[in-house]
Write a protein that binds this ligand. Structure first.
Ligand code: UD1
Ligand code: UDP
Length: 361
């Protein structure tokens, strides 16, 4: 079989790493999948892209479409034009897309229109919130996917209810967690740890990049203000996403306990998360990682497409109203945060299962 793997944005790289390593492992047993890796160029900064290829030992992409920046339509169009050209010159049996970013949707459309089968990793999850660009990407992608690789029983149910037949739903687990399991023993202390003499459970980590939280200056300012106000004496370590950096610079927020740093590499970021008192975030992937590491997580969103991080895991949805921060911090500091457990099949073997399915198609 020959497959084409698509990756465009930070969380995609972490997911394809697991899939590529599973393909390579199968090859040593004579179970060969030829693959080609296409980077759409959606994320392009070294700290948002190149760094992950090096750390996670992802091979150089066979092509980079250079389609970063622009409006949603501009970015979608650039990816589609670039990927169509690539696919016409380099036909394949299956295009495998991961996650819910614009690259995921754009490449699925191109593939299906060129009569190439599409497999979607992380299929079937829904926030049911059409104001999120990712939800549109999920709906469009799943509408034209042939093989659905899922992370949860809820996703399986959603797909079944939407009329997808059982033989196309493959409940394999979570490839993002494969990467975490594979790297947990080699996490690295970041520079900020030594600079600030951080100690385990004596600091908070935060990340924010959703348009709903960061695109309006007053909202971002109010959120950060409340987090500073109710975080006690703890340092707040905030690796800033480039989208957020653009807005933060105008705000000029300064506080002695708030440490704004560049986006971290995977091994350093997860070292920081693993030892944190808690994480405040609007990320999707990070809520899964905190669940697996058993670290309290406060999600600054009104909904989640990953409900098992809340029902099973350590995550709690606070919403986007800054007033939710105070009671959540009281709960954390009084030691009443839930323990959580790890969802079914988040065991580090999801990518192996994906490879097994692909070889059986
Ligand atoms: C994208 C995904 C989001 C995902 C996030 C992961 C979509 C619609 N959104 O959001 O689901 O959670 O990636 O991080 O696909 N920029 C840079 N350098 C970079 C990348 C981005 O400066 O390397 C800036 C650019 O100005 C760009 C803006 O950030 O226009 C937004 O980037 P984009 O990829 O469109 O969306 P994200 O907010 O990164
Ligand atoms: N991450 C990282 N460095 C950072 C912030 C996040 O390596 O400074 C990793 C994190 O561990 C997770 C992924 O990036 O694996 C999550 O990506 P992001 O929050 O950008 O996207 P989402 O999951 O919300 O789509």
């Amino acid at each position: 079989a020959h497959i084409t793997l698509i990756a465009g944005a930070r969380p995609n790289f972490i997911k394809v790493a697991a899939i590529i390593h599973a393909i390579n492992a199968a090859e040593t047993q004579g179970r060969v999948i030829d693959y080609c890796l296409v980077h759409t160029g959606q994320h392009y900064d070294e700290k948002m892209s190149g760094a992950f290829f090096k750390e996670l030992n992802i091979p150089e992409p066979d092509a980079n479409l250079g389609a970063g920046g622009g409006t949603h339509a501009e970015q979608t169009a650039a990816i589609m034009v670039g990927f169509e050209r690539h696919l016409l010159a380099n036909p394949t049996d299956l295009v495998l897309v991961v996650g819910d970013v614009t690259s995921t949707m754009a490449c699925a459309i191109v593939a299906q229109k060129l009569h190439t089968k599409v497999a979607h990793v992380e299929a079937g999850i829904r926030s049911n919130d059409w104001s999120m660009p990712e939800e549109i990407n999920r709906l469009v992608t799943d509408a034209i996917t042939n093989e659905f690789f899922t992370t949860s029983v809820v996703a399986n149910e959603t797909l079944r209810n939407g009329g997808v037949s059982d033989d196309r739903i493959h409940f394999v687990g979570n490839v993002m967690i494969d990467t975490l399991r594979a790297n947990e023993h080699r996490l690295e202390q970041p520079e900020v740890w030594r600079e600030l003499n951080l100690e385990p459970r004596q600091y908070l980590v935060m990340t924010l990049h959703r348009p709903a939280n960061v695109d309006q200056e007053h909202k971002l300012k109010a959120l950060i203000g409340e987090i500073i106000a109710y975080s006690g004496e703890l340092p707040l370590i905030f690796p800033v996403h480039p989208r957020t950096a653009k807005i933060l610079t105008n705000l000029g927020i300064n506080h002695s306990r708030l440490y704004l740093i560049e986006p971290l590499g995977y091994l350093q970021f997860n070292y920081l998360v693993k030892h944190a008192k808690a994480v405040l975030t609007d990320s999707g992937g990070i809520t899964e990682e905190t669940t697996v590491m058993g670290v309290p997580c406060m999600t600054l969103r009104d909904n989640t497409e990953r409900p098992e991080t809340v029902t099973c895991g350590t995550n709690e949805l606070l919403g986007t109203d800054p007033r939710a921060i105070k009671p959540a911090m009281s709960k954390l500091f009084s030691g009443n945060w839930k323990e959580g457990r790890v969802p079914e099949k988040w065991d580090g073997r999801a990518a192996q299962r994906i490879v097994d399915v692909i070889l059986s198609l």
